[in-house]
Ligand binder design. Structure first.
Ligand code: PMP
Length: 345
């Protein structure tokens, strides 16, 4: 098996990370903390947080069934996306490949890091164009981005197809599973150990209901997870977030996710019966992509009813499409009523 370290930028491999005051503390009966130039006055946040997020990672390890050494936690998955570019892609030289349409931050983060991103359109039925993705790669392609379930199309790809892609791609395959908690199609976490060149991203912003706290996860081969920890800002997850996330993790989300899935089922039946809706695409996520004759007009109509959806009509393969998040049963009723009232010619 190839080591994933072969894809890492040489300067990152050589990096000596910043050592925080709390890294140098090796335990012992300390009562007087004079090592980090903090304020001594206890207000609940006067001390630096744990830079290694040990307690939080231990809990995540239990919930996700993954060893702590393979977990990175960051300021949303957006931080992990940026770190992937910084760890593997030399600016102005390397490039990455991504599916399209997909989550917009892959392109923004690529541009910020001066990395060319080659976007490969999904097949017309939104299935994964494996051969075209591989064909788009060249000797400087270090990273490939696949989002599953995909935003905005909603569909998840087969684990076996993604595994095949990981095996055949000579680089780092990142599979963004932000919406995997809503999917019945399985996560790549269960096969991560078979693919050292695979990184799986997840987030607590969706099913876990913690978008406001900003907590994203990356799971990877231990050598890669170690690099994430070296390159990140030392205190990338603040103290109150670490604590609050643990409280919410312990509370669980099973009932909420079940309700969203029930609502997904209901909407999947009702949406196609509405005149304004030309197509409802199958979804494994907590949103629907629907096609209408005029997405801009439907978007404005919903806004006038106090409902905001995401107008995706200008994305590849998405002409006429709106992406609509599944809300509470009451919110979904309002949505259905508003769509049913859309004036027909
Ligand atoms: N990945 C995908 C596919 C997303 O749709 C989003 C948010 N819209 C993210 C990642 C970002 O998640 P986070 O809030 O963890 O930064």
């Amino acid at each position: 098996m190839k080591s994933p370290l072969q894809y890492v930028r040489p300067n990152i491999l050589a990096l000596a990370p910043y050592s925080t005051a709390r890294d140098e503390y090796k335990g012992g009966d300390i009562t007087t903390w004079l090592d980090a130039n903090e304020s001594p006055y206890d207000n609940g946040v006067n001390r630096y947080p744990d830079p290694h997020q040990k307690a939080l990672k231990a809990l995540l390890s239990e919930i996700k069934g993954m060893p702590v050494s393979q977990i990175f936690v960051g300021n949303g998955s957006d931080e992990a996306i940026d770190l992937v570019f910084r760890i593997f892609c030399t600016p102005g030289q390397d490039n990455a490949v991504a599916i399209a349409p997909s989550y917009g931050m892959y392109a923004v983060s690529a541009a910020t890091n001066d990395i060319a991103l080659k976007e490969v359109c999904l097949n017309a039925d939104f299935s994964l164009p494996v051969e075209a993705l591989l064909k788009a790669c060249d000797a400087h392609t270090k990273v490939m981005w696949v989002c599953s379930p995909n935003n905005p199309t909603g569909n998840a790809f087969d684990v076996a197809v993604l595994e095949d892609l990981a095996d055949r791609f000579d680089g780092i395959l990142v599979v963004d599973e932000a919406y995997a908690d809503f999917s019945e199609r399985g996560s790549l976490l269960s096969v991560l150990d078979r693919h050292p060149n695979l990184i799986v991203l997840q987030t607590l912003s969706k099913a876990w209901g913690m978008a406001g706290l900003r907590l994203g996860l990356a799971f990877a081969h231990t050598d890669i997870a170690t690099l994430f920890a070296r390159v990140k800002y030392p205190y990338n997850v603040n103290g109150p977030t670490q604590l609050t996330v643990m409280q919410h993790l312990r509370a669980g989300i099973r009932e909420q996710v079940e309700e969203i899935k029930r609502e997904r089922e209901r909407l999947a039946h009702v949406l196609p019966t509405l005149k304004v809706v030309e197509a409802v695409y199958p979804t494994d996520a907590n949103f629907f992509l629907i096609r209408t004759a005029d997405a801009d007009a439907v978007y404005d109509h919903l806004i006038a009813r106090g409902i905001i959806a995401r107008n995706r009509t200008r994305m590849p393969l998405c002409q006429g499409c709106l992406r609509i998040t599944i809300g509470t049963p009451q919110e979904n009723d309002l949505l259905l009523k508003a769509l049913a009232d859309f004036p027909q010619p």
